[in-house]
Design a protein around this ligand. Structure first.
Ligand code: NAD
Ligand code: UFG
Length: 337
């Protein structure tokens, strides 16, 4: 089976390419490299010993995207491509709506034209808004609090309508919790541009000396130590979740929805401690005011993915931090170091 991986040079996409190739799938990668670089794909080739076509292509460019389908027999698409920074999406919402929505509409149109009806979509736990209870199940009410989150929910709804109109489609919405960690080779990992927004890359850059001090956003939440609780999941476990989805759900008509999380919640301070254990030195941090939009607790009920996909996350928080630290230590300036 030949899978088109959109956004395949990015953080989650590149790790998924490795797992797809290791599982025997063929892949074609497309990415405009807006938030990534081709070196991640060189690492994929080195780790797997396999080659694959890469198209430096923007999904907003209909003709260039269609060319991929003309030149390759595609059987299914894993759709990672998109802009993903919550704060930035509030500053430039139109860019986010245009890129994520228009890009997806182009892709869906081309897929229908070429009779490709298998799609796995990167959704997010952000579509649960501020849940009333945790752990979060797939049938919880949906809402969003940022333009980024709205693009995810809108695309979920578009995909439901696409299936409603033509039930040849097999669509899987994977709602990720908080992906962290890196490939254990230390050759692939998250490489955010500029100052990181997310917790793990920030901690890792403090540990390696690129940043001075972590601000812990709020210690007065109704959680055991007052800091926010999240479901951190190793990016390799997440990548394997995609392979299981393709194994089990390809060509099964419907809209299938799964949480991909570990089911365990860790506070910001617990993550700091786990990272200190991994890197063997203290992380300089200070307590800062709450960050707008953060919810106190967010973790998954991942039972459905276990029962229906045969998937569970296997790597614990110590392994996540250990692999994250190896990547950061070996590549202090990311891929362009
Ligand atoms: P990433 O930025 O590393 O990867 C996304 C890739 O898409 C990048 O390589 C980028 O260059 C590419 N891209 C963006 N717009 C494009 C366009 N118009 N045409 C072609 N390529 C384009 O991000 P990631 O962390 O790997 O996330 C992958 C997907 O998972 C995204 O859709 C993201 O919203 C979703 N997601 C991520 C998280 C997270 O915390 N990392 C959580 C939930 C969901
Ligand atoms: N945090 C800090 N200091 C920092 C960065 C983060 O204390 O410098 C805290 C946040 O306040 C939050 C926790 O660390 O409590 C995790 O924050 P992240 O920014 O790493 O992750 P979020 O849970 O806010 O958001 C992530 C993705 C979103 C996605 C969401 C749900 O970034 O894209 O998970 O899946 F929508």
């Amino acid at each position: 089976m030949n899978i088109l991986v959109t956004g395949g040079a990015g953080y989650i996409g590149s790790h998924t390419c490795v797992e797809l190739l290791n599982a025997g799938y063929d892949i074609v990668v497309m990415d405009n490299l807006y938030n990534s670089c081709e070196k991640s794909l060189e690492a994929v080739k080195k780790i797997t010993g396999k080659d694959f076509p890469f198209y430096k292509c923007d999904m907003l460019d209909y003709e260039a995207t269609e060319k991929i389908f003309k030149e390759n027999k595609i059987d299914g698409v894993i759709h990672f491509a998109g802009l993903k920074a919550v704060g930035e999406s509030c500053r430039i919402p139109l860019t986010y709506y245009h890129n994520n929505i228009t890009g997806t509409l182009n892709l869906l149109d081309i897929m229908e034209k070429y009779n490709v009806f298998n799609m796995v979509f990167s959704s997010s736990a952000t579509v649960y808004g501020s849940p009333k209870t945790v752990p979060i199940k797939e049938d919880f009410p949906l809402s969003t609090a940022s333009p980024y989150g709205s693009t995810k929910l809108m695309i979920e709804n578009i995909l439901r309508d696409v299936y409603g109109a033509n039930n040849k489609w097999s669509i899987t919405l994977l709602r990720y919790f908080n992906p962290i960690g890196a490939h254990e080779s230390g050759t692939m990992g998250e490489d955010p541009k500029g100052i990181p927004n997310n917790l793990l890359p920030y901690i890792a850059q403090v540990a390696v000396g690129r940043l001075e001090c972590l601000s812990v956003f709020g210690n007065d939440y109704p959680t055991p130590d007052g800091t926010c609780v999240r479901d951190y999941i190793h990016v390799v476990d997440l990548a394997i979740g995609h392979v299981k989805t393709v194994d089990k759900k390809s060509n099964e008509p419907g809209v299938h929805i799964y949480n991909l999380g570990t089911g365990n919640g860790y506070s910001v301070l617990e993550v700091v401690k786990a990272f200190e254990d991994a890197c063997g030195k203290p992380i300089n941090f200070k307590i800062a005011p709450r960050r707008a939009g953060d919810i106190p607790e967010c973790y998954a009920d991942a039972t459905k993915a276990k029962e229906e996909l045969g998937w569970t996350a296997e790597r614990d928080i110590a392994k996540m931090c250990e692999d994250n630290w190896r990547w950061q230590k070996l590549n202090p300036n990311g891929y362009n170091g």
